[in-house]
Ligand binder design. Structure first.
Ligand code: HQG
Length: 184
C-alpha cells in the first residue's frame, strides 16, 4: 500500500468511525476542522500537512472525502458508523442495484435481510464489478441483485452519496436474489 493510501485509510477511520483517535470532534453534519485534523494526526504520529491532505482528497479513487467551499472543513462522503447527517439527497434508484457480500454471511442475510450492521446504511453499487470488489473484502464474494426500482415504488427511500454510492436503511429479503455465476 502506498503512503498516501495508508494515510487515506487512517483518515477514513477518523472521519467515519473514530474521531477521538486524532483527538478531534465532528459536527452534526460530519465536518471536521482541517487544522485540527492535521494537528491531531501529527500528534498521533501520522505525518501530514495541508498539501498532502489536498492531494489525498483529489486523488482518492473512491472520492471518499469532501472539503467545504472555504477548505476549512473536511468530511467523509459516506460510510459512517457514528450518527452524523451528511445531508444525503433522496433519489430515485435504477431498477436494479447490487450488493457484494461474503458467502459466509448469506444465511443470516436471507433470514434478516440486508442490514447496515456497523454503519448507518446498507451500501449498494450500480454495477456488478464494484459489488464483487466490496464483497471480496470479507471473503469469498457473492453478489445480490436488489430490485431497487420495486423498493422505491413501495416507498423505501434511497440516497446517493456525493461519491456515487447508493444507500438504503435496510433491504428485505423479498427484494433481492443471489446472482448465479452465469449472470455476472
Ligand atoms: C453484511 C467500502 C449478516 C454485509 C466498500 C457486509 C463499501 C450482514 C457486512 C463500503 C447482514 C458489513 C461498505 C445480515 C449485511 N447478517 N451480515 N443480516 N446484512 N451484512 O464493511 O457493504 O473502501 O460495513 O453484506 O467499498 O461491505 O471503506 O459494509 O458484508 O462501499 O470507502 O455485513 O465500504 O468502502 O460490512 O462496505 P461493511 P460493505 P471504503
Amino acid at each position: 500500500m502506498s503512503k498516501l493510501d495508508d494515510l487515506s485509510k487512517y483518515i477514513s477511520r477518523i472521519l467515519r468511525h473514530r474521531p477521538e483517535d486524532a483527538n478531534i470532534r465532528l459536527d452534526e453534519h460530519g465536518w471536521a476542522n482541517v487544522e485540527e485534523l492535521l494537528a491531531g494526526m501529527n500528534a498521533a504520529g501520522r505525518k501530514i500537512d495541508r498539501e498532502i491532505l489536498e492531494e489525498i482528497v483529489r486523488t482518492d479513487k473512491k472520492q471518499r472525502y469532501s472539503f467545504n467551499e472555504g477548505r476549512t472543513l473536511i468530511r467523509a462522503n459516506q460510510g459512517h458508523s457514528i450518527p452524523v447527517d451528511v445531508e444525503l439527497v433522496r433519489q430515485e434508484p435504477p431498477a436494479f442495484l447490487y450488493h457484494g457480500t461474503a458467502l459466509r454471511f448469506l444465511d443470516s442475510i436471507r433470514q434478516q435481510g440486508l442490514l447496515p450492521m456497523g454503519r448507518l446504511y446498507v451500501h449498494l453499487s450500480a454495477d456488478v464489478e464494484t459489488a464483487r470488489m466490496v464483497g471480496g473484502r470479507h471473503g469469498r464474494p457473492v453478489i445480490l441483485k436488489v430490485r431497487s426500482g420495486d423498493m422505491h415504488r413501495d416507498g423505501h427511500p434511497f440516497f446517493r452519496s456525493q461519491n456515487g454510492v447508493w444507500l438504503a436503511k435496510k433491504v428485505d429479503a423479498a427484494y433481492f436474489e443471489l446472482m448465479e455465476e452465469s449472470e455476472k
